[in-house]
Structures are given as structure tokens and as C-alpha cells.
Design a protein. Structure first.
Length: 400
């Protein structure tokens, strides 16, 4: 294992030969790496619990095809809580999903907020090599190569075919003056063929951000590239914004702190309404959906134009509020698709759950498929919801 790592390292830092004149002594290099480790790990130790809005631009390109056949933008909320990452949808009450792949299909990744940093700089079996001065983002920087072996068990690849622990290698840059982290590159070593992956690589960029009176080094963006064993490529570009420290009741529900205890307010009791197995209802869109500004994950609201009837009786009144979310807003080839996930119907004194059903939306009985990016579902657009109860999850069939 050690021999394999030794062979790989020169490949990581090919510029070392040209920069031999700048190489510090082995003792000085070791001392410098220890200082960098201490700086990075101290930043992680000091990091407060915080949350950011994450925007993902992802694309897919089949082998030998120049133009991507899929483009999609996704909005998420991501939280760093006591050294762990959690994901949730914008506007949701909870941010509690530790695996982004369970929320979003395609090439995605975890670990950008702290897991990769910890895996590299707190793993005893990691190997480092000085690669010289390498300016980055207009600043003087030092570059190093690194390798974290599979035995460290700190990097896991997951696909629909399974998962496996792998080793990884790459480079990192630190500010020459402060030794604060600026960039990390990550390449997986020998992804198992059974996962359907030929190669994966990531680039993570960092910058200082201020919470209150303290400054921390946080991720500001990342890029993930995946090539499968058939030569198809997937890419995801991530950016993080509106990062802020939070105070919450738990790691999965965040609320603004109050200056003084408030008297509890009793929530009005809402009766659960049993919906018909199969029904159509028209609604008015309250949330505009546009290709240029909307994204997968964004919340959507609507108002019923008619009541939901069951055996001639109105069980959900006209004017009830429809709670939903954009499930997909994507370009596939020359067509643009809008899919909406519906959560509930709410009205004074009542609530109807729409989860666990097959819910489709259309305009004049036509699915939301458009031949141009210029489509626009404006506020006030009239849509139709067709909701059917699934007979069982196993067979995904409809009750007769």
C-alpha cells in the first residue's frame, strides 16, 4: 500500500522538478504542513452551526456528444451542524437529510462544508508533498499535493448500483501569509467498476466570511465532474450564498432566537380530510415559474378555483391553498420540462395530505413541456391538478 502511494505522489505534483530551487528542507516542509493542519483544524473547531443557500447547476453529456442533453438548476438549503452536513428544501421547516443523493438525482456530492477538510488534515495516514508557490485568486499562495489512502476509510462513492470506500488524492492551496485554506482538488482512486464509475473529481474553493465579530474560512463554491464506464459525463457546479449562523431548537429545525420568552400560542386544530381516490381540480398559480429565475426545489403556491368534491359533497373548499414544490425544471435536448411535487391542501379548519399520491399538473390537458426557454408560467396562470391514490408503493398501480 505504501509503495503504491509513493508511486502516485510524483504524478500529483509534476511541477516539483521545475520548482526544485524553491523546495524547503524536509524539516521545514514538515513544520509548515503541521502549521497548515493546525490552522485548518482550528478553523473547523471554531466553526459555529450555520446554514447557506446552495445553488447547483448540473448537466449531463453523453459520450461523443458536444452539447449537454440535460441542464438543470437546483436550490437547496445546507447546514453545517456540529461537524455534520444536512440538506433541506428552501423554505422548509426542517434541514435534516444527511445524503444529498436522496433529494436530488444525478451527479452530486457531500463533504464540501468540512468533511473533506477533516479527512485530509486530521487523517494520520495522509501523505503530503510541497509543490511550490502558486498564486490563486490574485493572492500569493502555496500549493501542496496530498494522498489519503483507502485504508483511512474517509471517502465513499455512492451510485444506484451500490457504494464503496476509496482512497483519494489531489492538491490544496493555502494563503502564503495566513496559511488559511483557499482551494482543494479531489480525485477518487480506482473507483470500482461495479459502481459504473470511471472517474470522479472535485474542486472546492474557500474564502473568509464574517459572522458577528468572528471570521471563518467557509466554502464559496465547488465543482464535481463524473465520468461513467460508458464515457458519459456529468457535471455539477455549486455555489453558496446567504450563509449565516443560526440558533435552533435542534439540528433539524431552525428558528430565530427571541429576546425574551414568549407565551406559547396555541395552533388552531385542523381536521384531516380524506381525499377521493381520483380527482381533478383547477387552481390558480400564485408563484410565477420562469426558466431564467426559477429552479428545482423552489416552493410553489396555488389557490383552488373550485372545490374538491366527493360523492357530490365539497370536502375541500374553493380558495384552499395548495402547497407544492418544483420537482424538476430542466432542459432535455430542445425541450423544457416542469414537474411539480404537491404536498398538501390547506384551508381554515382543514388539511388534506397530497403525499403518497400520483399528482400531475397540466394546462388545458397538456403536460408542462415547452419547446423554448422563453416559456413563462405567470402569477394567475390557470392549471389543473390530477391526483390519484396509489394502490401500493410496491406495484405503483392505481386503484380501479
Amino acid at each position: 500500500m505504501l509503495a503504491t502511494m509513493t508511486v502516485r505522489l510524483p504524478c500529483l505534483v509534476a511541477a516539483c522538478a521545475a520548482l526544485a530551487w524553491a523546495q524547503p528542507s524536509p524539516q521545514d516542509t514538515e513544520a509548515l504542513i503541521e502549521k497548515i493542519k493546525a490552522t485548518v483544524l482550528e478553523n473547523l473547531r471554531r466553526l459555529p452551526n450555520y446554514t447557506c443557500t446552495e445553488t447547483i447547476h448540473r448537466s449531463e453529456r453523453p459520450k461523443n456528444i458536444v452539447k449537454p442533453t440535460l441542464n438543470e438548476t437546483i436550490h437547496l438549503e445546507v447546514a453545517y451542524v456540529e461537524g455534520k452536513e444536512f440538506f433541506g428544501w428552501p423554505g422548509a421547516a426542517k434541514i435534516d437529510q444527511p445524503e444529498i443523493g436522496k433529494m436530488v438525482d444525478g451527479s452530486m456530492g457531500n463533504g464540501y462544508f468540512g468533511l473533506f477538510q477533516s479527512a485530509i488534515f486530521s487523517t494520520r495516514s495522509a501523505i503530503f508533498q510541497y509543490a511550490g508557490e502558486a498564486p490563486l485568486h490574485g493572492k500569493e499562495a502555496l500549493r501542496f499535493g496530498y494522498l489519503v489512502p483507502k485504508i483511512a476509510a474517509t471517502y465513499r462513492l455512492t451510485t444506484e448500483l451500490g457504494e464503496a470506500v476509496v482512497g483519494f488524492h489531489g492538491s490544496f492551496w493555502v494563503d502564503r501569509k495566513t496559511l488559511e485554506l483557499m482551494r482543494i482538488t479531489v480525485e477518487a482512486d480506482d473507483p470500482p467498476v461495479v459502481l459504473g464509475l470511471a472517474a470522479t473529481s472535485s474542486v472546492l474553493d474557500f474564502s473568509p466570511q464574517t459572522f458577528g465579530a468572528s471570521t471563518f474560512v467557509l466554502p464559496r463554491g465547488a465543482e464535481l465532474q463524473v465520468v461513467d464506464t460508458d464515457g458519459n459525463e456529468g457535471q455539477a457546479r455549486l455555489s453558496f450564498a446567504a450563509c449565516h449562523q443560526f440558533v435552533g431548537e435542534s439540528v433539524i429545525k431552525f428558528e430565530e432566537p427571541e429576546t425574551q420568552p414568549a407565551a406559547p400560542v396555541a395552533e388552531p386544530v385542523k381536521a384531516a380530510v380524506a381525499l377521493p381516490d381520483d380527482f381533478f381540480v383547477d387552481f390558480v398559480l400564485e408563484t410565477p415559474i420562469e426558466w431564467e429565475s426559477s429552479a428545482t426545489g423552489d416552493p410553489v403556491r396555488g389557490t383552488l378555483r373550485d372545490s374538491v368534491q366527493d360523492q357530490g359533497r365539497a370536502i375541500v373548499p374553493k380558495g384552499a391553498k395548495l402547497v407544492a414544490r418544483i420537482a424538476h425544471l430542466a432542459q432535455r435536448g430542445d425541450l423544457y420540462y416542469v414537474e411539480i411535487t404537491f404536498a398538501s391542501l390547506d384551508f381554515p379548519g382543514g388539511h388534506a395530505d397530497l403525499s403518497g399520491r400520483r399528482n400531475g399538473v397540466s394546462v388545458n390537458n397538456v403536460p408542462l413541456v415547452y419547446p423554448t426557454t422563453r416559456f413563462k408560467l405567470t402569477r394567475g396562470a390557470r392549471l389543473t391538478l390530477h391526483s390519484r391514490l396509489l394502490k401500493s408503493e410496491k406495484h405503483d398501480s392505481i386503484r380501479p
